[in-house]
Design a protein around this ligand. Structure first.
Ligand code: FAD
Length: 291
């Protein structure tokens, strides 16, 4: 099933993101966690892609098994910055052969060793380059794209980021998923600016339940996402106590999701970090609300 069809639902629903193993040695345990998340049968499951190779071969296997084992629609992520045309072509054929109809088409982060390169000499400089190519080859995939309510760090300002986003959507994106947000107002402000920029595809907000202090430290360093006082207080108070932080993090994410639904958003994507217990608890908290 194509995700843009699933997003036409008029009742609130949630979807989950999982990641594939990074190496062979932990393949079974990481795969099991991803499968346990999919077994909760959300609206769809997306499977991330390791930008520099590594996990890439596992993305398709896991996305394919999710569909076969649980009948849940899956989406394979695909990054292009470290790839050439031949590699992307091979991946597209494999995704198609595996019966996966949805691709999250991404540039990927620029690897450290490429930061001094002239990126314009690469086969792909932006996600838009790969999206245009996929469309020009006539593939019938539903294509998702990433968007950043707080502006992508590579952009000089949000106006530029939105212009590039419009170009990406016009190249053939069917829907967008946001970078994680901890403050829904940022999402609503972004939606206003996005629609004003002439982008009208569905946008699925991404919510990351923070359930341990390590995760929090990582998010602070990597994403630079704005953390509201209410959330910082919660982490300060419960961060050192494992069980309390799990409960408080799930409660915060649940409240954020309910607020999104209450404001007319019908589809929310949850970055599960392959934690089936957390995903299940959020699903349970929403059991009378989601379709
Ligand atoms: P792009 O859309 O190419 O944008 C990157 C920057 O370039 C932005 O500043 C944009 O404004 C600018 N830009 C874009 N097009 C143009 C243009 N034509 N001219 C000038 N500037 C332009 N990473 C992974 O490695 N694997 C994953 O599975 C993964 N999944 C993700 C899922 C979601 C929902 C999100 C939000 C992010 C994900 N990422 C993943 C991270 C992502 O790869 C990084 O954020 C990356 O730095 C940008 O990827 P992009 O596809 O958004 O890039």
């Amino acid at each position: 099933m194509k995700i843009f069809e699933l997003l036409k639902n008029d009742k609130p629903s949630i979807s989950f993101e999982v990641f594939p193993p990074k190496q062979n040695s932990n393949y079974e345990s990481v795969k099991k966690a991803a499968m346990d998340v999919a077994a909760l049968k959300p609206n769809f499951v997306s499977v991330t892609y390791g930008a520099g190779g590594g996990t890439s071969e596992y993305t398709i296997n896991i996305a394919s098994d999710i569909q076969k084992n649980y009948g849940v629609t899956s989406m394979a992520h695909l990054t292009c910055i470290s790839s050439d045309r031949a590699t992307v072509s091979t991946q597209l054929e494999k995704i198609k052969a595996a019966g996966i109809e949805n691709i999250m088409a991404l540039r990927g982060d620029i690897p450290e060793d490429m930061k001094d390169c002239d990126l314009s000499t690469l086969d792909y400089t932006h996600a838009t380059d790969m999206i245009r190519e996929i469309r020009s080859k006539g593939y019938d995939f539903c294509l998702g794209g990433a968007c950043y309510p707080e502006c992508h760090p590579d952009s000089a300002n949000q106006k530029e980021d939105l212009q590039a986003l419009k170009e990406k959507v016009d190249a053939g994106v069917d829907f967008l998923t946001t970078q994680m947000i901890f403050d829904n107002d940022l999402f609503f402000n972004f939606m206003y600016k996005l629609r004003n920029s002439g982008v009208f595809v569905p946008v699925v907000p991404g919510i990351m339940p923070i359930t341990n202090a390590k995760q929090l430290a990582r998010i602070k360093t990597l994403s630079g996402a704005y953390m509201p006082r209410k959330f910082v207080n919660l982490c300060d108070r419960f961060g050192d106590d494992k069980q309390s932080m799990v409960q408080a993090g799930i409660a915060y994410a649940t409240e954020q999701i309910i607020d999104l639904f209450a404001n007319g958003i019908n589809n929310v994507h949850i970055y599960t970090m392959n934690n089936p217990q957390v995903a299940a608890k959020i699903q349970e908290n929403l059991s009378s609300i989601i379709g």
